[in-house]
Design a protein around this ligand. Structure first.
Ligand SMILES: Cc1cc2nc3c(=O)[nH]c(=O)nc-3n(C[C@H](O)[C@H](O)[C@H](O)COP(=O)(O)O)c2cc1C
Length: 205
């Protein structure tokens, strides 16, 4: 699939299962999706990388749960009576969940500099997520970038072994292309951006 086609075909689709959906091994495709995410541009290094288990100089981190782990997470929500809402039904349907975090800089007495760096850490991590959504689309997976709901909370970070000084930018759900057995929901703002003229001004000097 060409890049432009992947951009146009990408869409938010929440796939909701009442019962556990069959788990499939999509690990080869997930490796490609992760590799494309990791190929995004980044402007500043993660200054604490060397002190951590994951030492990449890039500001993004990917925590990957396969289908089996997604089902276990759904059970964890239910057994512990955590109000997960639709997240639980998506964990019952997903073939993979990628928890994408970014690594804030906390430079003391230099907060303006660190704010500027953090904005660009978020921008770079967003680029990584979009790369992953486009790759997932081109490989035929329905997908959904969620802000995470309960998945961004400390309890869930601790369960998954995600360092608490990282921040969640997105919970990326990957679903099978065939969603005929499930309830689905499209993005609430799909197509609502208006025409390109409404966000573009050609400058004449
Ligand atoms: C940073 C980010 C966070 C998002 N978080 C949520 C979310 O928590 N819940 C939700 O329903 N949609 C979320 N979305 C998906 C948007 O609702 C969706 O992109 C929008 O409705 C446009 O639909 P489309 O993706 O099909 O073009 C998020 C999108 C972005 C970019």
């Amino acid at each position: 699939m060409k890049v432009e086609e992947a951009i146009k075909n990408r869409r938010t689709l929440k796939v909701l299962a009442a019962e556990f959906a069959e788990v499939k091994d999509i690990s080869t495709d997930v490796s490609r999706i992760l590799e494309m995410g990791h190929s995004a541009p980044f402007h500043y290094i993660n200054s604490k990388a060397q002190e951590k288990e994951l030492t990449s100089l890039a500001p993004w981190r990917f925590y990957v749960l396969n289908g089996e782990a997604c089902r276990k997470m759904a059970s964890y929500f239910e057994e512990n009576e955590i109000a997960g809402g639709k997240i639980i039904d998506m964990l019952k349907a997903a073939q993979t969940l990628i928890q994408v975090t970014w690594t804030p800089e906390t430079v003391e007495n230099d907060s303006l500099v660190s704010e500027a760096i953090n904005i660009e850490h978020i921008a770079a991590t967003s680029a990584a997520i979009q790369n992953m959504l486009l790759t997932a689309t081109s490989l035929g997976y329905e997908n959904y970038w969620s802000s995470g709901g309960m998945l961004k909370e400390e309890q869930l970070f601790t369960l998954l072994g995600i360092p608490l000084d990282e921040k969640l930018l997105g919970s990326i759900f990957l679903f099978d292309a065939d969603t005929s057995a499930f309830k689905t929901k499209k993005g609430a703002l799909r197509g609502r951006q208006g025409s390109i003229e409404k966000c573009t001004k050609k400058i004449k000097l």
